[in-house]
Write a protein of this length. Structure first.
Length: 153
């Protein structure tokens, strides 16, 4: 009977030893990019407001149902410019799809900012809604830019 006790204690100790944290960091999960996109300010035909032109490409294997772009504008002093609508510091524009894999689009929205001193537009993130209803946000490494050396701050 004592032998079974020792065997049970040894089994329990072995099981608990597997639960000890050895300060090993789990491997970081790297997700593939979702979209290539850039934003450029566009002066309206009346020259009273600034719009934005977004150039993007679907680089996934799935159709996009919608794409929503978060854009921040800066003036010549490097200060944020509030959008014409809403109280947020960034403007949000949306494009309806479907947008097929590999498809590129150039879309322009007008009257996005009332301030005519917009010098730069930063594309901060893109929220992508796929045909199955799933939603993913592309920013940082998941949002690639075709522009080189044009950091907007």
């Amino acid at each position: 009977m004592n032998m079974w006790k020792y065997l049970a204690i040894a089994t329990l100790a072995t099981g608990l030893a597997g639960c000890v944290n050895n300060n090993v960091e789990p491997a970081a999960v790297v997700y593939p990019p979702l979209i290539i996109a850039d934003a450029t300010p566009v002066v309206s035909s009346t020259k009273r407001s600034i719009g934005v032109q977004v150039n993007f490409k679907n680089i996934t294997a799935n159709d996009y149902n919608y794409a929503r772009f978060k854009l921040t504008a800066y003036n010549s002093a490097g200060e944020r410019v509030k959008p014409k609508k809403g109280s947020r510091g960034s403007a949000y524009v949306r494009l309806a799809g479907p947008i097929a894999p590999g498809q590129s689009k150039v879309t322009t929205w007008t009257n996005t900012w009332a301030n005519k001193d917009v010098q730069c537009v930063s594309l901060d993130e893109v929220e992508i809604i796929f045909m199955d209803g799933s939603v993913e946000t592309a920013k940082e490494g998941r949002l690639l830019s075709q522009k080189t050396g044009s950091i907007c701050i």
